[in-house]
Design a protein around this ligand. Structure first.
Ligand code: HEC
Length: 126
């Protein structure tokens, strides 16, 4: 009797330990990054390139005079602040004194989408 109780307690405490530790070990924001990647693929890749290198096919079509940054480049990525990235996505290029070719997405994407895109952009440099 005491033995089964003991085994039971051991199982319960092990289960609790796993519940406590798993969220700590899971890489921060991995889910945000993969959501961001999906949003990027359908809304941004045509201009920013499939890999976020700033070389999407629509830039040529739209005769863009400027190219976006290569987000996979560690230094270029670090030079962008979170505030600027979020502002570019929500308000677009023109409102930020940049190219009007960069559209404003505030009407199309929600705050969580924008945060997921930010997480995705930050995940690119290796
Ligand atoms: C129609 C083309 C187009 C689309 C679609 C587009 N962008 Fe851009 N984006 C640009 C261009 C061009 C620039 C460069 C603006 C400049 O430097 O004047 C830019 C700049 C940016 C910047 C500033 C940093 C940089 O690389 O220059 C961010 C951040 C950004 N875009 C995010 C996004 C995100 C996220 C999406 C999708 C939700 C998106 N863009 C969709 C064309 C586009």
């Amino acid at each position: 009797m005491t033995e089964t109780l003991h085994a039971h307690l051991k199982f319960v405490s092990l289960a609790f330990l796993i519940i406590l530790i798993v969220p700590i070990l899971a890489p921060a924001g991995e889910e945000n990054v993969s959501r961001g990647a999906r949003i990027f693929a359908s809304n941004c890749a045509r201009c920013h390139g499939k890999q976020g290198k700033g070389d999407g096919p629509d830039l040529v079509k739209l005769q863009s005079a400027v190219s976006p940054d290569d987000w996979t480049d560690k230094q270029s990525n670090q030079e962008l602040t979170d505030t600027f990235i979020v502002s570019m996505i929500t308000k677009g290029g023109k409102a930020n004194g940049k190219s009007r070719i960069m559209p404003a997405f505030s009407g199309k994407l929600g705050a969580q989408d924008v945060q997921d895109l930010l997480a995705f952009v930050r995940s690119l440099p290796r």
